[in-house]
Design a protein around this ligand. Structure first.
Ligand SMILES: Nc1nc2c(ncn2[C@@H]2O[C@H](COP(=O)(O)OP(=O)(O)OP(=O)(O)O)[C@@H](O)[C@H]2O)c(=O)[nH]1
Ligand SMILES: [Mg+2]
Length: 395
């Protein structure tokens, strides 16, 4: 049987890099977040008002201390590839004792603070360029009070801040949609363009404009897969999924936030989480035991980020490597194979599939096969979260 001889280049854990852009320049290079061979699939932009704790959260995610994101008229964006903690991977790794263990990954970008009510013309070009490239947002809401750290609006009020930011994003989308409608109108006047496409897009963007006029974010709108295609590359901000993160002070309980448009929420003590992340692992365990913390809340936040983007994991196991791969929910076995390697997709014959629970309770692939728990699935099989897959292929 052919062997899979792939050695993807993989980033170091928590690898991050920073890119600095002069605020006047169009950052063409901002398109790519290099991760040394690792395909960046999900980029979550950390957004929020100035001084809400974005960099603190970013530092908690990376266990580092990064410099500030805005200084002397420059906008800096720091990105980090972060492992998605998954106890299933830990168990599989203990079972197979592989040379390498790979978790699924999420990429976070620490983006400079957004001022609310910035300008009637919308968010500035450089910042907007960054935001449109994200697949979703982690919206940090300041809940901690600290008289030494002034709040840009004078006092702490997370619900107000949430609404202000939503309005900002909405306004920005309205401007973008309006401009698109104007361009479509110009095209119609000039003629010579694809009339059917123009009509289709005009209907779609007029509908989007109506939705936005009612102050409804586009993520709440029903948009057909066909129409969705028209929007790809358009970077509408309120279309992107958003996870709200309540950044609590030490010992503070999470306030009740009732967003006008529901979003997933998670709360954590950003500064405390950052301190834990910066400790050596032994000290972190002692610290967590003292504070009665079972697991850093950050882990929960990372898992929620992963779910937010409609992603799921399937696993490959062996002596060489135990690894979580990321596919969107609803992906087929054929697509999942392509995630591992294009040869596996091209030469796909069958996938051997076993559920995580069966594999763990039976103790190994051979045992699962003997008990008839290893299913043979074809190209169109819809992969389920947590399944272990072995692709048979021939190229
Ligand atoms: N007391 C307290 N201070 C915090 C907490 N989280 C963040 N801070 C402090 O608040 C200040 C701002 O935090 P940052 O993480 O730099 O905020 P930011 O959102 O990145 O700010 P900008 O990049 O300027 O928009 C820093 O001095 C942090 O130490 C918290 O939970 N409690
Ligand atoms: Mg910052």
């Amino acid at each position: 049987m052919p062997k899979v001889g792939i050695e993807p280049t993989i980033p170091r854990e928590h690898e991050f890099e920073s890119c600095a852009y002069a605020s006047s320049a169009t950052p063409a290079s901002a398109q790519s977040i290099h991760t040394h061979g690792y395909k960046v699939k999900m980029k979550l932009g950390i957004i929020g008002l100035p001084q809400s704790g974005k960099t603190t959260i970013f530092n908690a995610l990376t266990g580092t201390n990064t410099p500030p994101t805005a200084s002397a008229g420059r906008i800096e964006v720091h990105t980090a590839v972060v492992d998605v903690p998954d106890p299933r991977i830990d168990t599989l790794s203990a079972m197979f004792k592989p040379r390498k263990t790979m978790y699924a990954k999420v990429t976070y970008a620490d983006i400079a603070g957004l001022e609310s009510g910035a300008a009637k013309s919308g968010i500035s070009g450089t910042l907007l360029n960054q935001l449109t490239q994200m697949d979703g947002f982690l919206h940090v809401l300041r809940c901690f009070d600290d008289e030494n750290i002034p709040h840009p609006s004078g006092n702490v009020d997370p619900e107000r801040d949430l609404n202000a930011m939503e309005s900002e994003l909405l306004l920005n989308d309205m401007i973008a949609v309006e401009r698109k409608l104007e361009r479509l109108k110009d095209e119609r006047k000039k003629g010579g363009t694809d009339k059917v496409l123009n009509e289709r897009q005009t209907t779609l963007f007029e509908r989007l404009f109506d939705i936005l006029s009612q102050e409804t974010p586009l993520r709440d709108a029903e948009i057909s897969t066909e129409d969705e295609k028209q929007l790809s590359g358009f970077g509408l901000l309120t279309r992107k999924p958003m996870l709200i993160l309540l950044n609590l002070g030490e010992g503070q309980t999470a306030p009740l936030i009732q967003p006008a448009h529901p979003c997933s929420q998670v709360s954590l003590q950003g500064k405390l989480e950052m301190e834990i992340a910066q400790l050596p692992p032994e000290d972190a365990s002692v610290f967590m035991a003292e504070y009665n913390i079972e697991e850093p809340s950050l882990n929960r936040m990372i898992r929620l980020s992963y779910d937010l983007l409609n992603q799921q994991s399937f696993f490959t196991v062996g002596e060489d490597e135990v690894r979580a791969w990321t596919v969107r929910c609803g992906a087929t076995a054929h697509q999942a194979a392509g995630e591992i390697h294009s040869d596996l997709q091209k030469g796909f014959i069958r996938a051997e599939v076993v559920t995580y629970n069966d594999l763990v309770s039976l103790g190994g692939m051979a045992e699962a096969r003997a008990k008839g728990k290893l299913r043979l699935e074809g190209k169109d099989y819809i992969v389920q979260d947590g399944e272990i897959m072995h692709v048979r292929f021939n190229v």
